[in-house]
Write a protein that binds this ligand. Structure first.
Ligand SMILES: Nc1ncnc2c1ncn2[C@@H]1O[C@H](COP(=O)(O)OP(=O)(O)O)[C@@H](O)[C@H]1O
Ligand SMILES: [Mg+2]
Length: 362
């Protein structure tokens, strides 16, 4: 849908279809409910976090075309909370209802080579990257990156999975065996000072609302905490908004888009994008007038975008695995908002919930 195409507006009591049933779907469903909208979750797993709080639930595989069609006929607009659904799933749904973000935006975000090539074509900065298909291309690329780099599978990577840090000591043949024929890229190591994310919402009419830049700290490749606002040179905040608006427009994007960046001096280098609400944006729920979940629902439902400005500074901390056992003490903290995802089993590293602590703006 382009800026001059007619908007589709979902009135209260309409139904938002959400593909994917994790915590992002859960918080989208809760935000939709606040706006008087119903939700229908489509997810392969039983008792998923989103289904627990939604109006309706279809349990079916992502490639079940009949189930997808039945789902699409029961909802008014479709979105997704998980970027590893097949593009054919989105295409199938789009035959019946508007799907936001579009299959085209999803395709860019699913493949690191396509994604980085797209950024570069838009004149946006990314780390040097090389297409890796075999030992020869890897050896040549490593020479170009100065002997060190990060090898990443093009598809399906998350939380550092599908990544190998390479240096002169690395046994490249062994790494390629682990890669097992999956298409990959090699990236030059970025000596970043900080990692930040830029969240921006774009409505069906092309208007945008960007959040203040959020700073992220990872532990063991999983997001540990996020802070609003990021400590950045003043010019970087301006750059961030420009990057966000440019990318969202180039993707003809509708919904909330997350852009992960490295900060190197005054420059922002894009690492990757997520075509959805993002873990680093959870603090916007409590620290901004309109949080990312409500904002995404507003965008796809054709409502006016909400006010993305922060009324407070904030720090969000993920509760991973058995950290959720601290819930009782955390619930007693002042100016702290606790969000738990309803997952039965606290496996190691699993995202079980998060807490956001608010502080007065400086
Ligand atoms: N080119 C790079 N240079 C330095 N660090 C990197 C680079 N690429 C990734 N990393 C580190 O690894 C983390 C995970 O990589 P990312 O590409 O974001 O994959 P994932 O999909 O697992 O989040 C990043 O947040 C960053 O800390
Ligand atoms: Mg990442």
């Amino acid at each position: 849908m382009t800026a001059d195409a007619p908007q589709s507006i979902l009135a209260p009591n309409g139904t938002v279809g959400i593909v994917g049933g994790g915590q992002l779907g859960r918080m989208l469903a809760l935000a939709a409910a606040e706006l008087g909208l119903k939700t229908h979750i489509y997810c392969p797993e039983a008792d998923c976090p989103a289904a627990q709080v939604a109006t309706a639930f279809t349990q079916a595989p992502y490639d079940d075309m009949a189930a997808l069609t039945a789902f699409a006929t029961q909802v008014d607009v479709v979105t997704y909370e998980f970027e590893n659904i097949p593009v054919t799933t989105v295409a199938q749904l789009a035959q019946h209802k508007n799907v936001f973000p579009s299959a085209a935006a999803l395709e860019v975000a699913q493949d690191r080579l396509v994604e980085k090539s797209f950024m570069r074509a838009q004149g946006l900065d990314v780390a040097a990257f090389f297409d890796i298909t075999d030992l020869d291309s890897l050896t040549t690329a490593l020479a170009e990156t100065g002997g060190t780099g990060i090898l990443k599978t093009r598809r399906f990577g998350y939380d550092g999975k599908g990544q190998w840090r390479l240096d002169a000591e690395s046994d490249l043949a062994a790494v390629l065996q682990e890669l097992n024929g999956q298409p990959a890229i090699l990236e030059k190591l970025v000596p970043f000072e900080r990692e930040v994310s830029i969240l921006v919402a774009r409505a069906q009419d092309g208007t945008t609302a960007a959040y203040d830049v959020i700073e992220n700290v990872h532990r063991h490749h999983i997001l540990h905490s996020s802070t609003l606002p990021a400590a950045l040179p003043a010019d970087a905040h301006k750059q961030a908004t420009q990057i966000a608006e440019k990318l969202a427009a180039a993707l003809d994007y509708v919904g909330v888009l997350a852009i992960e960046c490295f900060v190197v001096g005054d420059a922002l280098l894009i690492n990757e994008i997520a075509p959805r609400v993002h873990n680093s944006g959870h603090l916007t729920q409590d620290a901004c007038h309109c949080g990312q979940f409500e904002q995404h629902i507003r965008a796809i439902a054709g409502w006016p975008l909400g006010d993305a400005r922060a009324h407070s500074n904030a720090v969000m901390t993920n509760l991973l695995g058995d950290e959720i056992e601290q819930w009782h003490g955390l619930a007693a903290q002042p100016a702290t908002y606790i969000h738990l995802y309803g997952k039965a089993e606290a496996r190691d590293g699993r995202k079980m919930g998060h807490v956001t602590q608010l502080m007065p703006k400086a």
